[in-house]
Design a binder for this molecule. Structure first.
Ligand code: SF4
Ligand code: SF4
Length: 497
């Protein structure tokens, strides 16, 4: 086992203008640490992941408990189950529209404030589990990429096995301003992140675990290094590397990671797995995997950052399905009236107007509350700042013009499909032009056409290959890499807290 340090970043985009160097982070109150809230009701959309909608497996009037499955995948679909994070009664099942435009059914639950757990949620006595057991646990716990992409984690593990990747990357970069939830997980649960990473590495069949972190995260680096040093003797056979990257936005995107670590500009349809031999998991995701393995706790809650312009910053452990309005009622100093509420992070999130009907879902890592802005939009005066900050090397002002003139083919020629919707161009534009919304909307409109953009997670193969949801590597050995199922993950001596 080794512990290594490297120092990387990507080159495009911010090279000529460091305006989006977020190394001076907004300060979150780390003394307050993790607050937990217990909402009175949940709205659980049946579509919280990349893939197909789940089917409700409860009926109106049913009682439910914490950890109970309320939505299950239909046969032959790309989906993982959805569980309740509170105990109470199902009051309704009806369609809702998510802020990102997806329509699906949702299970509405009224809490009973008793916090009764489902009998299946209990510490696992024996955590010396095999690779296929880890895969089954991760799938049945409904774990998906919690950094925002939402791909079922079991699908990513299976694809990593199939493509015989060599390295597991744990993404601790969270480079958006006013976002701090991953840092809190690293500070509080560094050991669990490492154990989750070992479990997922074992399931993927890789022996190298690279932990990617921004070099300004001093406290989290200390926590991680201590956890890694404690892991030396327990996880012999695994090589750990701590890799430092520059604190820049959007360093955490997989395409920026490919550029920074492997000097690879991913082409359309290429993924980190196929091009670089590496698979990337967010630190919140591997932490959720460890919770599922050690406590048999499915993905029912997550840490989110709540930030307001007044400087109120909280990291909150919140049951998935909590309506955004419940956060205002519960957290001191946070009110939703006469404000703009952003579902997601400040640069990439979506403005919502019905916080009582919009829930936190598995991929929501933050909520922003800012004063209403009435800045008049001025014409573009060709300052070039949007091009300077675009990490994909695009010309956002030209794309904006072409889209508004209806010149579809030209926009595609100028690389509109490569936009990762990071929001940097809108943020920097002195004229207040909402470049990224316009480009993002247009890019989304190309979906299902011959000009369809490749999605952030690589390609449409995910949707077409439901066998990626299998937790049985033995039955599919003809298609998958030859990873032995006799792997026993080295968790001897671990005790549930
Ligand atoms: S930053 Fe705004 S004003 Fe400057 S070139 Fe881009 S669109 Fe035009
Ligand atoms: S939103 Fe798209 S066009 Fe704008 S900076 Fe980000 S990648 Fe470039």
């Amino acid at each position: 086992m080794s512990l290594g340090w490297r120092n990387h970043s990507f080159y495009k985009g911010f090279q000529t203008d460091n305006a989006l160097d977020f190394s001076k982070r907004s300060s979150f109150d780390h003394d307050v640490m993790l607050e937990r809230i217990y909402p009175g009701r949940l709205i659980l959309p049946m579509l919280q992941h990349y893939g197909d909608e789940c089917v409700p497996v409860v009926n109106q009037g049913d009682s439910v408990t914490i950890g109970q499955c309320v939505g299950a995948p239909a046969p032959g679909t790309m989906a993982v189950p959805i569980h309740s994070g509170i105990s109470g009664k199902v009051t309704n099942i009806k369609p809702i529209l998510l802020p990102d435009g997806r329509m699906c059914r949702a299970v509405f639950i009224e809490g009973d404030r008793k916090r009764t757990f489902h009998p299946s949620v209990r510490p696992r006595n024996n955590v010396n589990v095999s690779a296929s057991t880890v895969m089954g646990i991760v799938r049945d716990a409904g774990i998906v990429g919690m950094g925002g992409e939402g791909v079922p984690t079991i699908a990513k593990i299976n694809r990593a096995r199939r493509l015989k990747v060599k390295e597991l990357l744990v993404n601790c970069l969270q480079s958006e301003p006013y976002a701090d939830s991953d840092a809190l997980i690293l500070g509080e649960y560094a050991d669990h992140v490492i154990m989750g990473a070992v479990a997922v590495a074992g399931a993927c069949g890789v022996k190298i675990i690279n932990i990617l972190i921004s070099k300004d995260r001093k406290n989290e680096i200390t926590s991680l290094r201590s956890a890694m040093e404690r892991s030396f003797s327990k996880y012999s056979g695994y090589a750990f590397n701590l890799i430092y990257l520059k604190p820049r936005f959007p360093q955490g995107y997989y395409r920026m990671v490919a550029k920074a670590l492997y000097d690879a500009d991913l082409e359309e349809g290429e993924s980190l797995e196929s091009r670089c031999g590496a698979v990337l998991f967010n630190c919140a995701t591997v932490h959720a995997c460890w919770n599922a393995i050690s406590e048999s706790m499915p993905l029912t809650s997550r840490v989110i950052s709540i930030s307001t312009e007044e400087g109120i910053r909280h990291n909150v452990q919140v049951p998935i399905g909590t309506p955004v309005s419940e956060l205002f009622d519960t957290i001191s100093g946070v009110r939703g009236s006469s404000k703009m509420i952003i579902w997601g992070n400040l640069l990439t999130g979506i403005v919502i107007d019905r916080p009582d009907m919009v829930p936190i879902i598995k991929t929501t890592s933050g909520i922003g509350i800012i004063a209403e802005r009435n800045d008049a939009v001025a014409p573009c005066y060709n300052c070039g700042r949007c091009s300077d900050v675009c990490p994909e090397g695009l010309e956002p002002s030209i794309l904006y013009k072409l889209i508004n003139e209806g010149k579809q083919k030209e926009a595609v020629k100028f690389g509109v499909r490569n936009c990762i919707n990071c929001g940097a161009c809108s943020y920097i534009c002195p004229s207040g032009i909402m470049l990224s919304s316009c480009i993002g909307r247009y890019r989304a409109s190309l979906k299902n056409t011959s000009l369809s953009p490749f999605i952030s997670v690589g390609d449409r193969q995910w949707l077409d290959d439901v066998s990626l949801l299998s937790a049985d590597p033995v039955n599919h050995s003809e298609k998958r890499s030859a990873v032995s199922d006799s792997i026993t993950l080295p968790f001897e001596g671990w005790e549930s807290e």
